[in-house]
Every structure is written in C-alpha cells, then in structure tokens.
Design a binder for this molecule. Structure first.
Ligand code: FNR
Length: 359
C-alpha cells in the first residue's frame, strides 16, 4: 500500500533526527500500552454513512470559543520542538495559521512565546500550575499580552510520566531550553529556578478559577478521561476540556481517548448550565493519524481534534513546509471522508455515524 504523507514523515523522521531526540518524541510511559492502543482505538470504530447528500462542497469551518477556524484538526501542545528542527515552534505556528488551524503553544516551548505569537493565527497557551505560582502568573500575563485566546491547563501531569524506552541515551533538557519562557522571571532565589518551574503536584481544581480570573481568558482542562471529572472541571470554572491521555506519556494503561470521548460529551451535554454560560468546548487528541480518525472524534461530539506527533514528524522532515503538508493531508483526508459519509459540514457529523467494530 502507498504510504500517506504522515506515514512518510514518520518514517523519514527516524533518519533525520538524532536517535535520542526521536525517542524523546516517540516514546510513551511505562509499558507503552496506552501509546500502542491510541491509534488502534480509532480503528475500532465503524461508520454508518448517509447516501445521496449534496457533498459537492465540504465545509470544514467552525468557531471554537470565539476563534474562527478553517480546519478542525489543530496542533496539540508539544514541548521542546527545537529538538526536532531549528525553526521549531514558529514554523509550526505559521503552518497552522496558513490553514486556519488552531495552534496550542506549550509552556515548555523552546521559543519565546512572543516570537511564536508574532507568526501565529488563533493560538491558545498551555499552562502547568508550577510550584512557584508567581512564575505561572508572569507567564500567563505574557501569554495574554501576546494575544493568546484561551488557556489550556494540563491536569494530567502532577509528575512527569517515566519513559522507560529512553534509557542510557536519555535527552537531558538543558536549563536554558527548559526555562526559555521563564528565565527572565527568575530571581537569584534558587527555589524559583528550575525546581520552581516544575509542575506543582498539590494543584487542585481551584487552579481553574484562579487562572480564569487572572487571565480573563477561557480555561480548558487537558487530560480529562471521565465524564464526572469533566463536570467537576466545568463546575470549577472551565470553559471546556481536552479528552487526552497525553499521547500515552502519563499514566500508562489510561483508557484510549475515543473510548472516553462519548462519556465526556454526554456528561458535558447533560450538565445544567447557568444562565448565560456558553456551551463548553470538548476537544480530543491521541493517536489521530488520518481524516477518518478525526471524523470519528468529531462525530462522537468533539468540537475539534488535536495532533501531536504527526506535527513533530512533519517539522523534523520539512520544517514549516513539512507541517503544512501534514495538516493539509489531514484536512484533505477528512474532507474526503466526510463527503463519502454524506456529511457536507461539521454540523452534519453526529454520533449516529459511528458504531463499535464487531469482533
Ligand atoms: C506532549 N504533550 C504535551 N502536552 C502538554 O499539555 N504540554 C506539553 O508540553 C506536552 N509536551 C509533549 C511532548 C511530546 C514529545 C509529546 C509527544 C506530547 C502531549 C500532547 O499535547 C498531546 O496530548 C499528544 O501528543 C497527543 O497524541 P499524539 O497526537 O502525539 O498521538
């Protein structure tokens, strides 16, 4: 079978990246069960297409928390993209902008967030609650000033998951890279150094309201895998959730995201909303490698889908053009799949299109 553009990038990235960098991006935590199951889980869904609908034009536009998008498959936050290509985050942000896709910048970006913002279209900023709360505040203030349209609070990383595959050749992220977005806020106080910039494992749901009040931006919580947890996040002030198991890099054997998505969507839709409260957003990521994978996620109720590693492999092999190619391939593949499913717009995608595969 001919390889897709994404498969070619994934194959070629092995050749262009130093082995340790490739392992850093590719690896999962623990026994890599969650990593291995991620893509296969999308393929465990089957489609129930509609016939004879006018699909001469397929419309992929949407509005997500006030951001107008032309492409419902956006870029997940991925740290240290400078290890993949010298053009790093700005190349990815620019490629996403070219196609009207959402870009989520990581707190662990290897480029100053102002330099990313300068070339980005609609972008969101991913935050961790760091041990040193003032560092978190300074960073969020900068993201707001630079034009971030929402914050994505990653909730599944009280500690970084242990990657067993990265053994002797483990990449040591140098301080200047780890702290690229933080260094200017550091004082001489050692506690505010690298340790202060690490995730605070004592953070709770209260951080959601804290970030929302401080920034004035919508806050989404990333890493949600349960309906009751989604409701708890929304009750604590979240504007949405990202159904994610961190690309299989945090708790190994976490449920694959397509299997968590329907439960989360149901719980979010059934939750009573306060007067004037906007409809919460639900996004999903993890193992999405084709338009049909994305179609399943959108049909199961996601407002948008995010991809991580496909963007890394595109960046590694072709810089901005490589990321452009990966996102364009996903968009074309999704549009084609929607046409064959009889769905000319994102509003035509609903859960009735999807059934579990029979064994
Ligand atoms: C990530 N991810 C991630 N998430 C986050 O909230 N902040 C971060 O800094 C990072 N960094 C990061 C680095 C690397 C190398 C990877 C592979 C992933 C998780 C990411 O946002 C997303 O959840 C997954 O990558 C989605 O899975 P796929 O598309 O990579 O299979």
């Amino acid at each position: 079978m001919a390889l897709t553009a994404l498969e070619k990038h994934e194959r070629d990235a092995v050749a262009v990246l130093p082995a340790a960098a490739h392992e850093f991006f590719a690896s999962g935590s623990g026994d890599e069960v969650a990593l291995d199951e991620a893509t296969a889980a999308w393929a465990r869904h089957r489609l129930r297409p509609r016939v004879l609908r006018d699909v001469g034009e397929v419309d992929l536009t949407s509005t997500l928390l006030g951001c107008g998008l032309n492409h419902p498959i956006g870029v997940a936050p991925v740290g240290y993209l400078g290890l993949a290509h010298p053009d790093a985050e700005p190349a990815v942000a620019a490629a996403a902008r070219e196609q009207g896709a959402l870009y989520v910048a990581s707190t662990r970006a290897s480029t100053a967030l102002e330099d990313i913002a300068a070339v980005a279209g609609p972008w969101w900023f991913q935050v961790y609650v760091m041990r040193h709360r003032e560092l978190t505040e300074r960073l969020v203030e900068r993201a707001v000033a630079a034009g971030a349209r929402a914050l994505v609070l990653t909730g599944d990383t009280p500690f970084v998951g242990i990657k067993r595959r990265v053994g002797s050749q483990r990449i040591a992220i140098p301080d200047e890279t780890f702290l690229v977005n933080l260094a200017r806020h550091l004082t001489g106080d050692a506690a505010v150094g690298r340790a202060g910039a690490e995730q605070d494992p004592t953070a709770t749901l209260e951080a959601i309201g804290w970030l929302a009040r401080m920034s004035g931006l919508p806050v989404l919580v990333k890493g949600v895998l349960r309906g009751d947890d989604a409701v708890a996040c929304l009750d604590a002030g979240a504007a949405g959730v990202v159904v994610s198991n961190h690309g299989g890099r945090q708790l190994d054997r976490s449920v694959a995201t397509p299997f968590a998505l329907a439960e989360v969507v149901r719980a979010v839709r059934e939750r009573p909303r306060a007067a004037g409260e906007p409809r919460p957003a639900v996004l999903v990521d993890g193992g999405v490698r084709s338009g049909v994978d994305a179609l399943v996620g959108l049909a199961l109720g996601a407002d948008a889908v995010l991809v991580g590693r496909p963007v890394v492999w595109g960046l590694a092999t072709g810089g901005q053009a490589g990321v452009h190619e990966a996102l364009a391939a996903l968009r074309d593949d999704l549009a084609h799949a929607m046409a064959l499913a009889g769905a000319p717009s994102l509003a035509d995608l609903d859960a009735s299109l999807v059934v579990p595969a029979r064994d």
